[in-house]
Design a protein around this ligand. Structure first.
Ligand code: SF4
Length: 195
């Protein structure tokens, strides 16, 4: 059943093609995580980093994450920028127009918590999670496109644990290092070269 349930690994092992038998849910689950189309909700300076992510230097298309201007085509809303209370109902409406299942990335301090507008501002929403279910938070003012890239990969992992089959879930298979783990060639404990 491992072969049936993991189409991606099976495809890697069959150079030149071959006959692959699998179940519909395995195909759907595999393809869903590899084509997270983005609804770009860029409202302020963070939007420049979101736009940069689509250009050739970062080339997000290779992840299957292409920006679409229509919420009905999108899987993940990327909120990049300050959201005011006046703007929030429009953002909510666009989110509601996205088909299920759908996900949200809060990109930058303003989207995460209101950022520099957290204090002394009556008009700014203190984080989009006040009205949207955020799946991945990206800190920074502004965060770099690489941070968005990392968020897409994290979201992919998260999506890959879900299944369209009722009551079915998949084990998390992470190729990414856990936060705080040492890099290659670095000592495993902080200050390991001291003394
Ligand atoms: S987090 Fe910083 S860069 Fe991003 S929208 Fe807010 S003020 Fe601008």
């Amino acid at each position: 059943m491992a072969f049936v349930d993991d189409l991606g690994a099976a495809l890697d092992k069959t150079p030149g093609g071959g006959i692959i038998l699998t179940s519909l849910d395995a195909v759907m689950d595999w393809s869903r995580g590899k084509s997270l189309w983005m609804m770009p909700m860029g409202t302020a300076c963070c939007a420049m980093e979101l736009i940069a992510a689509s250009f050739s230097r970062f080339d997000f298309d290779r992840h299957g994450s292409i920006p679409r201007p229509d919420p009905r085509h999108c899987d993940v809303m990327v909120v990049a920028g300050t959201i005011t209370r006046k703007m929030a109902p429009a953002v909510q409406r666009l989110y509601d127009q996205m088909p299920d299942p759908k996900w949200v990335i809060a990109m930058g301090n303003c989207a995460v918590s209101g950022g520099i507008f957290y204090y002394d501002t009556y008009s700014v929403v203190r984080g989009v999670d006040e009205f949207l279910p955020v799946d991945v938070y990206i800190a920074g003012c502004p965060p770099r496109p690489e941070s968005l890239q990392d968020a897409i990969l994290r979201l992919r992992e998260q999506v890959s644990t879900d299944s369209i089959a009722p009551g079915k879930s998949r084990a998390l298979k992470s190729d990414l290092p856990a936060p705080g783990s040492p890099r290659k060639g670095e000592p495993s404990t902080p200050g390991g070269d001291a003394g």
